[in-house]
Design a binder for this molecule. Structure first.
Ligand SMILES: [Zn+2]
Length: 113
């Protein structure tokens, strides 16, 4: 792994989990981007499924497809949340799907770099 990538990766990871949701919310929910952004960031709570795993955190492990709330069944549920006509349900579903994208990016970085 190249040194600069090693430094960049956590920035991308935490930026992806905590800053980008607000950018997405700003594009979709313009006027109420703050509350929508907060709900999208709250979707990061799906990481609580790590508590069910042993060890709880393993830097070399790919979350996607391993943890309960990071599997395709869960992704299907998040996708279905998008068709429910409630802004906060949609924001949560979208936030969770985005979370999976960020985690998948980590897995990609892990294997490809
Ligand atoms: Zn995760």
């Amino acid at each position: 792994m190249d040194g600069s990538i090693e430094l960049l990766q956590p920035v991308l990871h935490y930026g992806g989990h905590f800053l980008v949701p607000f950018l997405i919310a700003a594009v979709i929910w313009r006027d109420s981007w703050k509350r929508a952004g907060v709900v999208m960031v709250a979707a990061n709570l799906i990481d609580l499924d790590h508590l069910l795993a042993d060890p709880i955190f393993d830097p070399g492990r790919c979350s996607v497809g391993f943890h309960l709330l990071h599997g395709w069944e869960a992704a299907l549920v998040y996708g279905l949340m998008l068709i429910i006509p409630r802004w906060w349900v949609r924001a949560f579903g979208l936030g969770a799907l985005w979370h999976l994208c960020v985690d998948a990016g980590d897995c990609f970085a892990m294997t490809a770099l």
